[in-house]
Design a protein around this ligand. Structure first.
Ligand SMILES: C[S@@+](CC[C@H](N)C(=O)[O-])C[C@H]1O[C@@H](n2cnc3c(N)ncnc32)[C@H](O)[C@@H]1O
Length: 398
């Protein structure tokens, strides 16, 4: 069966119309003419895989990753970088077409859009180390990952020497190239070989520190952070400071800020020097431990932190906070938080999102009372179909 790819879907898969049925064809791009095999047929759509590319789209370039064909990671490597940006902007415009808001140009990952990730999560299966293929548990063994930090990539061959049969490994790095190795496995292993590497600063095995330190230090816009191995930090250091600066630009001097899902206090501490006071809420105990340490480290006294589930803690919060910063996990906001937000109606909401679907859903609940004053798209996850959105909402004047 032969089809012509006419556009991309929201996850970067090509779409062809075969017998008038929408057919999703991963790893293809508009203009490709492809021979395909149908994998799954539903009433309104079908999915297919490429058997052969008959005619290549003029837009097509070779992927820079040797695992591109099998790995489920970056979907947009067959394009030049500027075209990936156009795609992302178009996608947001389509999704938010009803918002009637003119988007600014997408903010790029600068100076690098490769080797940017400061964290990699690897699977180990039958001694093979790598990633899963998209939507399967089939292993793609890798030697390195070209969107991940170079120093992290240097550690991957060392991991093979640990002879882990099955488990998970996370590698994290900071701007000084200090690395944490975080291993979860039921196998009996020795990590001695890692201790000799000059960049490795700590090894955590099954949630216990077994060598070195359990945290990294980072600095963004002159604010220093301690980040424990299990605490969140933004993954692309080439765009994080821009994201934080844009948030700061939207904070007013006398504001009282509530920072929901605050991690190690990354954003809370950035805005602390501008606002009157700020409170951060976060569920991971180590992240809150760091947030309190980071407050002292930076001598910022008008911020405070609370450890707990936003779902529960939000019920105890007073309505004194006129500015809410919301940077939730991928699933977005829960119903209770939205209900309380709708009750308190803070003057300003600064919503940071890495998932346009939950952002769209949450905005639909928030928007009747708010208007979007700014909508930034940041290319935090270059060459993947994901985008980081920063949405500034002001309460409507009635
Ligand atoms: C996208 S991160 C944002 C972190 C922070 N704003 C930053 O820039 O580093 C989301 C954070 O929400 C936390 N989190 C997830 N579910 C939560 C919940 N139910 N209540 C509180 N925090 C939660 C995660 O641990 C993570 O630190």
């Amino acid at each position: 069966m032969v089809g012509k790819i006419i556009k991309l879907d929201h996850e970067g898969n090509g779409i062809a119309l075969i017998d008038n049925l929408v057919t999703f064809v991963p790893k293809t791009i508009p203009g490709d003419i492809v021979e395909i095999k149908i994998k799954e047929k539903k009433k309104n759509y079908q999915t297919a895989e490429v058997v052969k590319i008959i005619t290549k789209s003029p837009l097509r370039i070779s992927a820079f990753c040797p695992y591109y064909d099998s790995c489920g990671g970056c979907q947009l490597q067959n394009y030049e970088y500027p075209i990936t940006l156009n795609y992302k902007k178009e996608k947001i415009l389509n999704i938010f077409s009803k918002l009637n808001y003119a988007l600014d140009p997408i903010i790029i990952s600068n100076p690098c859009n490769k080797n940017y990730r400061n964290k990699i999560e690897l699977k180990v299966q039958n001694k093979k180390i790598g990633f899963y293929e998209k939507k399967t548990n089939n292993m793609v063994e890798i030697e390195y990952c070209p969107i991940t930090n170079v120093k992290i990539n240097e550690i991957i061959p060392l991991l093979k020497k640990l002879e882990i049969n099955n488990g998970n490994i996370i590698l994290r790095v900071n701007k000084n190239n200090d690395i944490l190795v975080i291993i979860d496995t039921l196998d009996k292993i020795s990590c001695k070989v890692l201790e000799k590497n000059e960049n490795i600063k700590g090894i955590i095995l099954n949630k216990k520190l077994i060598w070195g330190e359990s945290f990294l230090e980072e600095e963004i816009n002159n604010i220093k952070y301690k980040i424990e191995y299990d605490a969140f930090f933004q993954v692309n250091p080439f765009i994080t400071s821009t994201l934080f600066n844009l948030i700061k630009e939207n904070i007013s001097t006398n504001s009282k800020v509530l920072d929901l899902y605050c991690g190690v206090g990354a954003i809370t501490l950035q805005v602390g020097s501008i606002c009157k006071k700020a409170l951060g809420i976060e569920i991971i105990p180590n992240a809150i431990k760091n947030a309190l340490e980071n407050k002292k480290l930076n001598n910022i006294s008008n911020v405070n932190f609370c450890c707990g589930d936003v779902l529960k803690e939000i019920k105890k919060i007073s309505n004194e906070y006129d500015t809410w910063i919301i940077d939730p996990p991928r699933k977005g906001l829960d119903k209770i938080t939205i209900e309380i937000l709708q009750k308190y109606l803070p003057t300003k909401i600064i919503y940071v999102s890495c998932n346009i679907h939950s952002l769209t859903r949450d905005l639909a609940s928030i928007l009747p009372n708010y208007e979007i004053t700014k909508f930034y798209i940041l290319d935090m996850f270059s060459y993947s179909h994901h985008v980081e959105c920063l949405c500034i909402l002001n309460k409507k004047l009635i």
